[in-house]
Design a protein. Structure first.
Lengths: 128, 597
């Protein structure tokens, strides 16, 4: 194995600048390459970035994050990318599952849980 | 020389002249030949003309024959078709004939069988005829015997007839004598009956006279009494009119709608506020069955239950919430109080229905709840941001020498945890109010949960020693996280409200298919009048100085909602100054029945 390991890419979509900032800080601490977007940038952009993980807020301005998740999971170009739904609702398991997301994170979340979840969904053992 | 030349020229001239003559002759011949040839041509032309005419005629003849042939062909084709039809008809006729022949044969067979049968029957008949002849002979002999006996009987009859006539004469004489006697008896009985009726009539008339006399005496007494009563009634009426006008005055002035029903639930009267609130008038209201008001919009199951079940048993009900949906004035949420009244003089039962329109109050409440939901939801975003940044800082400065900074960050972290809990509680309260509180049902070991909770709660207080006694040995089906919250809430309350005590007892048991948990503290206790309020929203128990404790006063409210959603029961036993025991019971459900509200 070479010393240079490709950094895993995470795309964070959340309409709140504060959340985008802390997601970037938190994920960069764990050596992720972080891409941020305040709105859903469209499937073409997602395909171009080719992230290893998408963290997606449920309530985007003018758009329901669950619809975005459904769209990404319906498209052959993006359906393999794991999606973590960010939500202010506790017990959002059913809601995330229904939208086709792989996991959910209830705000306010614990940093260690975010890291564990990101690692779980970007590890090679996860089939990615 | 010259002569010689002249001679030659003359010879030549002669030859030329001869030649010319010859040519003229030749021309004449050829002209004659041409004439002949022309004549020939003319003849041939004539012949050709005739031949052409002949050909034209023949062509016409041919065309005629062709036309005739065409017609003849059509005729033939038609005849062929006719022949085919007839052939088909013949075929059908043949089939018919074949069928008829079969039928004839069948009938012939049947006739043969029938003939055999007839022959057999004839034989039988002949046998019977022979038997009949013998029987006839026997009968003829018997008849002769009968006639002999008849003649003997005839003579005997005549003798009897004579004797009968004699008897009849004597019977007729006796019958006349009897009829006369019967008539005389009837007459006697009639007169006896008339006398009996006349006696009864006399007795009855005597009785009537006595009765009337008695009645008159009573009527006199009655009249005297009624006169007194009238005087009393006049006074009572005056008083009642005053009371009535007083009552009507009160009802008319009331701002809240009021209905008076008779015992058949028909509206006896209503006040102005009622007419105004429901945009209805007296003619549509008075005498109408209460359920029929406003196009039967008043016909709700809750009202029926209250009027037909609760009132007959309990004589009153309070704060019954009913939502009416009216097409024009919209939805109205009313709080109803009902009371049975007995009007003692007439023995008539009345029902009083007082209402309070809480529609607007309800709208405001809903707006408030949805605001709370939104606000607490919005609070989560900044809390998340701050919490994560503090965590990052804590990790980065974990091993730094700057202990003050580490301490500060730790305090900020704890405060954020508290803030998170408050925000979550607020959101839960608004969800409970909006009936959107969801539970995830799983089956879990109740005793294990208790141990887990108690050991983590023990960390919260060094002063109190929390002990568990008893066991449920049960598996409970429900939302483990929510039930943990109930537990934690009750234990932290026990810690919070017993600042002077040093122990908390947790007792587990099971009874009637329930697990029971009792959490006893030895703290400030709760006064009796406050015990029913502590499960309400935002209520807090104060200490003896009226000083309140930290918190929003929603923990017990959420706990009660969680327990209720698990079809359980929560309560308190307490006396002021001695401590409290909070208990809750949850049904033991091995089956996985979905819990949703």
């Amino acid at each position: 194995m070479t010393d240079i390991v490709r950094k895993k890419k995470v795309l964070v979509i959340d309409d709140n600048a504060g959340i985008l900032f802390i997601m970037q800080q938190a994920l960069e601490l764990k050596q992720y390459e972080v891409h941020l977007s305040e709105t859903y940038p469209g499937i073409g952009y997602v395909e171009q970035i080719a992230p290893d993980l998408i963290c997606l807020d449920v309530s985007l301005v003018g758009q329901d994050g669950r619809d975005v998740a459904r769209e990404l999971k319906a498209d052959v170009r993006t359906r393999h990318i794991p999606i973590i739904i960010l939500t202010a609702y506790p017990n959002a398991e059913d809601m995330a599952h229904e939208a086709g997301a792989n996991d959910f994170l209830s705000k306010p979340f614990d940093l260690n849980i975010l890291w564990a979840m990101a690692a779980k969904h970007t590890s090679p053992a996860d089939g990615m | 020389m010259c002569n010689e030349n002249k001679k030659t020229d003359e010879d030549e001239l002669i030859t030329a002249r001869k030649e010319i003559v010859f040519q003229k002759e030749e021309k004449g011949k050829r002209a004659a030949e041409l004439g002949i040839a022309n004549t020939e041509k003319g003849m041939r032309a004539k012949e050709l003309g005739i031949a052409n005419i002949e050909l034209a005629y023949q062509d016409k003849e041919k065309e005629k024959r062709a036309a005739e042939l065409l017609i003849a062909n059509v005729e033939l084709a038609f005849q062929n078709k006719e022949k085919e039809k007839r052939a088909a008809e013949l075929l059908i006729a043949n089939i018919e004939l074949a069928y008829q022949n079969d039928e004839k044969e069948k009938r012939a067979e049947e006739l043969t069988i029938a003939n055999k049968e007839l022959a057999y029957q004839n034989n039988v008949k002949e046998k019977r005829a022979a038997e009949l002849i013998i029987a006839n002979e026997e009968l003829a002999f018997q008849n002769a015997e009968k006639e002999k006996r008849a003649a003997e009987l005839f003579i005997a009859n005549k003798e009897l007839a004579f004797q009968n006539k004699e008897k009849e004469k004597r019977a007729a004489e006796l019958s006349i004598a009897n009829a006369e006697l019967a008539y005389q008896n009837d007459e006697k009985e009639k007169r006896a009956a008339e006398l009996f009726i006349a006696n009864k009539e006399l007795v009855f008339q005597t009785g009537e006279k006595e009765k009337r006399a008695a009645e008159l005496a009573i009527a006199d007494i009655e009249l005297a009494f009624q006169n007194k009563e009238k005087e009393k009634l006049a006074i009572a009426n005056r008083e009642r009119e005053q009371t009535l006008s007083y009552a009507e005055g009160i009802l008319g002035t009331m701002r809240e709608p009021l209905l008076v029903l008779d015992k058949h639930l028909r509206v006896k009267s209503a006040n102005e506020a009622f007419y105004r609130t429901f945009t209805i008038d007296a003619s549509e209201t008075e005498g109408t069955l209460v359920y029929e008001l406003k196009n039967r919009r008043w016909d709700t199951p809750q009202l029926r239950e209250a009027l037909e079940k609760i009132l007959p048993q309990k004589s009153s009900f309070n704060d019954l919430e009913i939502t009416f949906d009216f097409p024009v004035i919209g939805s109205k949420v009313m709080l109803l109080n009902g009371r049975r009244l007995l009007q003692s003089e007439k023995g008539e039962e009345l029902i009083l229905l007082a209402m309070q329109d809480i529609s607007e109050q309800r709208v405001l409440q809903q707006r408030n709840d949805s605001f709370m939901s939104m606000a607490s939801h919005e609070l989560k975003t900044p809390v998340t941001t701050i919490k994560t940044l503090v965590q990052i800082l804590q990790i980065q400065y974990e091993k730094s020498a700057d202990t003050t900074l580490v301490e500060y960050l730790s305090t900020i972290g704890q405060q954020i945890e508290q803030l998170t809990k408050l925000v979550t509680d607020l959101l839960d309260v608004s969800k409970i109010k909006a009936d959107k509180f969801e539970l995830e049902e799983k089956i879990f070991d109740f005793d294990a949960l208790t141990t887990e909770i108690v050991s983590s709660c023990q960390l919260l207080s060094a002063q109190h020693s929390i002990t568990v006694s008893g066991a449920t040995e049960a598996r409970v089906s429900g939302d483990r996280n929510s039930i943990s919250r109930v537990f934690i809430n009750l234990i932290t309350n026990a810690i919070k409200y017993s600042p002077g005590a040093n122990k908390i007892d947790v007792t587990l048991s099971r009874s009637n298919g329930n697990v029971c948990v009792r959490i006893t503290d030895f703290g400030i206790g709760i006064a009796k009048d406050q015990q029913s309020k502590i499960f309400e929203r935002f209520f807090q128990v104060g200490n003896e100085h009226g000083q309140s404790f930290a918190g929003l006063g929603i923990g017990l409210y959420i706990s009660a909602a969680i327990v209720a959603q698990h079809r359980g029961h929560i309560g308190v036993e307490s006396s002021k100054g001695k401590g409290s025991t909070f208990f809750f019971e949850l049904p033991i459900q091995e089956s996985s029945v979905a819990i949703t509200v």
